[in-house]
Design a protein around this ligand. Structure first.
Ligand SMILES: [Zn+2]
Length: 314
């Protein structure tokens, strides 16, 4: 059968309509989140792939993102957000930016490495005032700072923005995991992104060169736990499989207890005349046998080394 061009086009459009009619594309899109995306509460969710957990908010008034993982995963995250936005809020497609505000919880490469991918589609990038210099220092230690994209908006203690009905806050409580950590609150939804202030069930990285303080980290977790409540959903930078990257006040206090146990072990070992090598060489810490390690810098021995330096001295 040979069809004229007009017949071919007509047949094509009829076939397309017949196929499309039972599943209108817009309705199909709006109910579905792309792979890797999870909705937590209201209009707030997470994106988990490789690197620190990304938090996001998508409402009819705009979009906020917390952290950017790496360039490749940020690309996937960004296209997923765009797809989701087009399904949820098709009229938002005319807005200047896909992401109104991007906040970095701290400077580490697995949380800021995708900043450059987000940059062209993002209004402002926010971080604690110490973050740009720490980003630069870390990159120089690795050989190059050429590809870094920094925050254009920084703050010393606290910063906030309203996005429709949601109020987003960023607070610095002093040095902890690094010298430039921020806790990000979605105040209306009662969801809080902790960045790497909680490695859930995992030996944390304690960035000594980046200005970390175990003592203040303990204080921070206690303060944030007291400021929030039993309904608060916390997002964590990392977590062991089975424990996940979200949790409650109890998980913050469990991490506080771990950090306290590190300092206590070092204190008592030192007071008993134990050597540094013996003190940091223990196989496990009572009550934290279930912790797992993501690498040599994130191990009990590495944590105890930093604790020894902080309590006893180098
Ligand atoms: Zn980190």
């Amino acid at each position: 059968m040979i069809l004229s061009r007009r017949e071919f086009l007509r047949l094509g459009s009829v076939a397309a309509m017949a196929f499309a009619a039972p599943f209108p594309l817009k309705a199909f899109k709006s109910t579905r989140l792309p792979e890797g995306f999870t909705l937590l509460r209201g209009t707030i969710g997470i994106y988990a792939n490789r690197g620190g957990t990304i938090g996001w908010l998508m409402n009819s008034d705009g979009c906020a993102v917390v952290d950017t993982q790496f360039a490749d995963t940020a690309t996937t995250c960004l296209s997923g957000l765009e797809y989701y936005r087009d399904g949820q809020h098709p009229s938002s497609g005319t807005r200047d930016f896909l992401v109104d505000v991007l906040i970095n919880t701290h400077h580490h490469g697995d949380h800021t490495g995708g900043n450059g991918v987000f940059r062209p589609k993002t209004g402002i990038i926010v971080a604690h005032e110490n973050v740009p210099a720490l980003q630069k220092m870390q990159a120089q230690m690795r050989g190059s700072d050429a590809d870094l994209v920094y925050a254009d908006t920084t703050f010393p203690d606290e910063w906030h923005i309203d996005l429709g009905t949601e109020k987003i806050t960023a607070r610095h409580y002093g040095a902890a995991h690094t010298g430039g950590d921020a806790v990000i609150g979605f105040e209306q939804a009662n969801v809080v992104h902790m960045g790497d202030l909680v490695f859930n069930g995992v030996f944390p990285f304690i960035d000594e060169a980046g200005g970390a303080s175990i003592l203040n980290w303990i204080q921070l977790l206690e303060t944030v736990a007291a400021e929030r409540d039993d309904e608060t959903i916390f997002i964590f930078g990392h977590g062991q499989p089975g424990m996940g990257v979200t949790g409650s006040v109890a998980d913050l206090l469990a991490k506080r207890d771990y950090l306290s146990a590190l300092l206590e072990h070092v204190e008592t070992s030192h007071a008993a005349g134990m050597s540094r090598e013996d003190a940091v060489g223990i196989a496990s810490l009572d009550g934290f046998e279930h912790y797992i390690s993501f690498g040599p810098r994130l191990s009990l021995a590495a944590n105890l080394e930093v604790a020894w330096n902080e309590i006893v001295g180098e």
